[in-house]
Design a protein around this ligand. Sequence first.
Ligand SMILES: *[C@@H]1O[C@H](CO)[C@@H](O)[C@H](O)[C@H]1NC(C)=O
Ligand SMILES: *[C@@H]1O[C@H](CO)[C@@H](O)[C@H](O)[C@H]1NC(C)=O
Ligand SMILES: *[C@@H]1O[C@H](CO)[C@@H](O)[C@H](O)[C@H]1NC(C)=O
Length: 442
Amino acid sequence: MKLFYLVALVAAVSGQLHPSRPARYQKLPSLRERARIQDVWRDERVSRIPSLLEKYNADAWLMSQREHAEDTIWWSIKNATDFGAHRRTILMFHRNTASLKGQPNPLIWIDNTGDVWPELRSILKAYDPNTIVLNTDRDIAFGSGLHVGELAVLEEQLGKQWMSRVTNEPHLSIEFVATRVDGQLHYYRKLQEIVWAMLEEGFSHRVIKPGLTTTEDLEWWFRERMQTLNVTTWNQPRISVIVESSFPGWEGTRNVIQEGDLLHIDYGITALGLNTDTQHMAYVLRTDPRMPENDAPESLKEGMKKSNRMQDIVLATMRPGLTGNEVLRLCLAQMEREGIEGQIFSHPIGDWGHDAGAVMGFTNLPKYVPVLGELTLLPDTYYSIELYAYHFVPERNETLRFRQEENAYWSKGTQSWRFVRGRQEKYHLIDGRERNTFIIQT
Ligand SMILES: *[C@@H]1O[C@H](CO)[C@@H](O)[C@H](O)[C@H]1NC(C)=O
Ligand SMILES: *[C@@H]1O[C@H](CO)[C@@H](O)[C@H](O)[C@H]1NC(C)=O
Ligand SMILES: *[C@@H]1O[C@H](CO)[C@@H](O)[C@H](O)[C@H]1NC(C)=O
C-alpha cells in the first residue's frame, strides 16, 4: 500500500503545478464551426450506444419527450442547432441487429398526431427487443428523465406486451453522458485557459480598487466579461471574503474589498457543450508604507499548501473501478496519517457542471454518500476536484477553510488523472499601489 501511494503520488504531481506563464485569452471558433465540431463529438458518442446496450444487457433504449418536458439525455443527443425537443420527440436506440440493419440509430419520430404509435409498435414487433430501457430511476437524475405523463402515454400505447419488457438501467445514462471523446480535450484546455485568464485579470488592480469595489461588483464583472469572450455560464459566480464561518456553497457576504482580505471565487464557464468549475483564492496586499506587503502572508501560503496536498491525495487515489465512497475513505485515511484536516466534495464535470457519475463526498455528507457515492469511477471522464483544508492563521487567531477546485481529465497515456491546466499554488495578488486602476461601473 505504501509503495502504491509513493509511486502514484509522484506520478500525479509531475506536470500538475501552477502554470509557469500567465494565461492568455483564447479565441474559440465561430458559432457555426462550434456546431460542426460538437456534432462530430456527439456522433462519436452516440455511435457507442449499441455497445453500451450490449454491456448493460438491453436491446433498446426508448425516450419519449415533449418540447419543454425533455428527457435529461436529450441535451447530450440533440444536434447543436436544435434547442428544445420538437412536439413529441421519440427516440429509440437499438443494437443494429438484423431486423433494423441499415436503419438510423436512434430511430427518431417527431409527432403531434399520434401517427407515431402504430409505427413504433410495428418497429418493436419487427425488432422484438427482450429488454427496453426507460429512464425511470428513482434516485439518479440522469436515469430518470422520462416525465410521468409520457410514462402514462407509453403504458397506454405500448400495452402489456411491451411494457412487460421495460427495465430501469441508470448506468446506461451515466456512462453515455459522462464519457468524453478525445477531441474534446484540446478545446477543454482552451476553456480552462480562458478561466485562468479571467481570474488573473479579475483578481488584479485592473479590476479591483480596494476600499471601493465590492464582491458583488466583481461577480458581475465576471458575468459581463464572459459576454466579450463569447462564453456563457451555468451558475452565478460566487465571490466572498473568507472568514472563519465561510462555508462552501453559502452565499458570500456582500463586502467592500479591503486590504488584507483573503478572497475566494467559485465560478464556471460554458462553451462547446462543455462546462468548467473552478475555485481560486486571492490576497489583497497591505500598502501601509510602514509595513508594505509584496506577497501573501506565510500563514496563508501554508494553508494553500495543505489544500494543494489534498489535491495530490485525491488525484492519486482516484482510480476507475473504485466507488466514490472507497476513494473518499482512502483519501480521508491518508489525510489523517498526514495530520491534515479538511473536507472533500468532488464531482464529475462535462456536459453539465455537475455531471453524471460517482461523487466523492458532499459538503453535508463528508464521509459517505448514498447512491451517487456508491457508483464507480469511469475512465475517459472529467472530474472537478473540489475540497478545502483547515489551517490555523495565528495573525487572525482563526482557523480558515482554504478552498480550491480544479478540473482534471483521465490521461490514457499515464493511466492517471491530471489537471487540465495545472492548479493554483500561488495567490492572485491585488496591489492597490499599481496605477492603471479600472473602476467597475455600477
Ligand atoms: C467574439 O465574437 C465576436 C463576434 O463573432 C468576434 O468579433 C470576437 O472576436 C469574439 N471574441 C473573442 C474573444 O473570441
Ligand atoms: C440532427 O439533424 C439531422 C439532419 O437534419 C437529422 O436527420 C437528425 O435526426 C437530427 N438528430 C436529432 C437527434 O434530432
Ligand atoms: C483566540 O481565540 C480563542 C477563541 O476562538 C480565544 O479563546 C482566545 O483568547 C483567542 N486568543 C487571542 C490571543 O486573542
